[in-house]
Write a protein that binds this ligand. Structure first.
Ligand SMILES: Cc1cc2nc3c(=O)[nH]c(=O)nc-3n(C[C@H](O)[C@H](O)[C@H](O)COP(=O)(O)O)c2cc1C
Ligand SMILES: Nc1ncnc2c1ncn2[C@@H]1O[C@H](COP(=O)(O)OP(=O)(O)OP(=O)(O)O)[C@@H](O)[C@H]1O
Length: 270
């Protein structure tokens, strides 16, 4: 898989090199079941049409840019992890478009003609609620029209769980409320964060969000092995009172499995 960072200055150059492709569109933070359905649908379409499979994502997160930095999006994974997961899903080209105010102001038609058309998109796949273009006015139905019929589209139906759309937002909410044990139903895996353990403190790598304050049952692992232990999140830091074996020093993964409720205090009545 090739990862390509697109901006206004290099767009034309990448367009010259683009091959016909089926493209999945969206931010895809966390790569939850809804996202995986979109990418898998695009994968099938690409096989059917015998083209490459591309994913187009936007960075920084549109909500942060549109709000002038006032909205902080608690992202679930860094670009490098998204990239590694997309590679495993069979994606050939991962486009990361620089999302700034000027890009956000493009009309839906301009986005289609200036970006998608030239990048060899023959078929676009996105979810039922995907929007694009200034004020998010474009949707998949009009993408086909905006491209003069050159780009076919497939809209993926809402993927739900417990009557609710699976979304990065609802995963972030659960995470911040400590409900890490529910996340495998939405993500297909436990939530993981990469950290650096220097023998004293855990330093969280950028772009991950820590679960809310509390005690958690976790696995700490790296290439040399793993241990099951308990950690506490306090003031947005991870602490561990148990002994951590020296082989875990350096980069490690914290796999967040369950929240440990403190036992209610017994009332002693004499
Ligand atoms: C060219 C373009 C312009 C956009 N302009 C806006 C905008 O003005 N306001 C807005 O809220 N979102 C804007 N967006 C963001 C989209 O509404 C949407 O969040 C983004 O395409 C990612 O899709 P997703 O949220 O479904 O992942 C724009 C997106 C694109 C591609
Ligand atoms: N539950 C879902 N079912 C079907 N499609 C989905 C679902 N969630 C997201 N998508 C699609 O996946 C792509 C990426 O979506 P996006 O990054 O906005 O995810 P999200 O989970 O809705 O994020 P957020 O909660 O931050 O708005 C878009 O095409 C979107 O329509």
């Amino acid at each position: 898989m090739e990862t390509i960072h697109i901006n206004r200055s290099n767009l034309a150059e990448w367009q010259k090199r683009a091959k016909p492709n089926v493209m999945a569109l969206g931010c895809f933070d966390g790569l939850h079941h809804g996202h995986c359905t979109v990418i898998h649908t695009a994968y099938q379409k690409a096989k059917e049409k015998q083209t490459d499979l591309a994913v187009m994502s936007f960075f920084p997160h549109p909500k942060t840019v549109i709000s002038n930095g006032k909205v902080h999006v608690h992202t679930l994974m860094p670009l490098a992890e998204k990239e590694a997961k997309l590679r495993k899903m069979g994606v050939d080209t991962f486009y990361i478009v620089e999302f700034d105010k000027e890009f956000a102001a493009l009309s839906p038609e301009q986005f289609v003609s200036q970006y998608l058309d030239g990048l060899g998109v023959v078929h676009a796949v996105a979810g039922f609620d995907f929007s694009y273009g200034s004020r998010g006015a474009g949707n998949l139905d009009r993408l086909n029209q905006d491209s003069g019929g050159r780009i076919d589209v497939t809209m993926v139906e809402k993927v739900e769980l417990w009557g609710e759309k699976i979304s990065s937002t609802c995963i972030r909410e659960r995470l911040l409320n400590g409900k890490v044990a529910e996340l495998p139903d939405l993500l297909g895996r436990f939530y993981e964060t990469e950290c650096e353990w220097d023998g004293e403190v855990f330093i969280l790598c950028p772009s991950y969000t820590l679960p809310g304050a509390g005690k958690y049952g976790v696995t700490l692992n790296n290439k040399s092995g793993s241990v099951q232990t308990e950690v506490t999140v306090i003031q947005e830091r991870v602490q561990c009172t148990a002994d951590i074996p020296p082989f875990l020093k350096g980069k490690l993964l914290i796999v967040w499995q369950k929240q440990i409720q403190n036992a209610p205090m017994k009332l002693l009545i004499s």
